[in-house]
Design a protein. Structure first.
Length: 158
C-alpha cells in the first residue's frame, strides 16, 4: 500500500530540510524538487516530482493523472525553461525542454518501471500510446540551452 503521508508542500518541506534524506526515496520511486517560475505571477513554485534518468538527463512526466490538460508546473516550464532542481542535497540549474516523440518512446518504459502502480491502472499505457492523454516527459539538462518544443511532446531536461 503506497504511503501518501508525505505529499505536496509537506514533501517539499521535509525534502529541503533534510537534503533529500526524507522524500527522495518515496513509494519505491525517486523524487526531485522542481523550482519553477510561475508564468503569470512570476513567483517561485516548488513541486516534488518522480524522476528517472536518460543518460545525464533528469526526466519527469508531465502527468495530471491522465487528464487532457498539462499540469501547471509544465506550463511554467514552457514559459520559463531555465529552472532549478534539487536532487538529494544538490540544487542544480537546468534548462527544461519538451522531449520529442522519440524521447518519449525511449523513456516511457523506464518511467513506468519507476512507478509500478502506473502499470496497475487499467488503460494507462493505452492512453499514453493513443495520445488521448498526452503526458510529455520533460528533460532537464545541464548541457547546451534548448527551447522547449510543443507541449504535446515529451519533456526532458539535461
Amino acid at each position: 500500500m503506497p504511503d501518501y503521508s508525505l505529499f505536496g508542500d509537506e514533501h517539499v518541506r521535509q525534502y529541503e530540510t533534510t537534503g533529500g534524506k526524507v522524500g527522495h526515496d518515496w513509494n519505491g520511486a525517486h523524487c526531485l524538487i522542481l523550482h519553477t517560475t510561475a508564468r503569470k505571477s512570476g513567483q517561485t513554485r516548488r513541486f516534488p516530482l518522480i524522476y528517472g534518468r536518460d543518460g545525464d538527463a533528469y526526466v519527469v512526466v508531465a502527468s495530471k493523472g491522465g487528464a487532457p490538460d498539462h499540469p501547471g508546473w509544465y506550463k511554467n516550464l514552457v514559459a520559463h525553461p531555465d529552472v532549478k532542481i534539487q536532487v538529494r542535497d544538490k540544487v542544480l540549474p537546468v534548462r527544461a525542454r519538451t522531449g520529442t516523440a522519440e524521447d518519449k518512446k525511449r523513456v516511457w518504459p523506464t518511467m513506468t518501471a519507476h512507478v509500478a502502480r502506473i502499470r496497475q491502472v487499467p488503460g494507462r499505457d493505452q492512453a499514453q500510446h493513443s495520445g488521448r492523454a498526452a503526458q510529455p516527459p520533460l528533460k532537464k539538462s545541464r548541457g547546451a540551452p534548448r527551447r522547449p518544443t510543443a507541449p504535446s511532446s515529451a519533456p526532458s531536461a539535461r
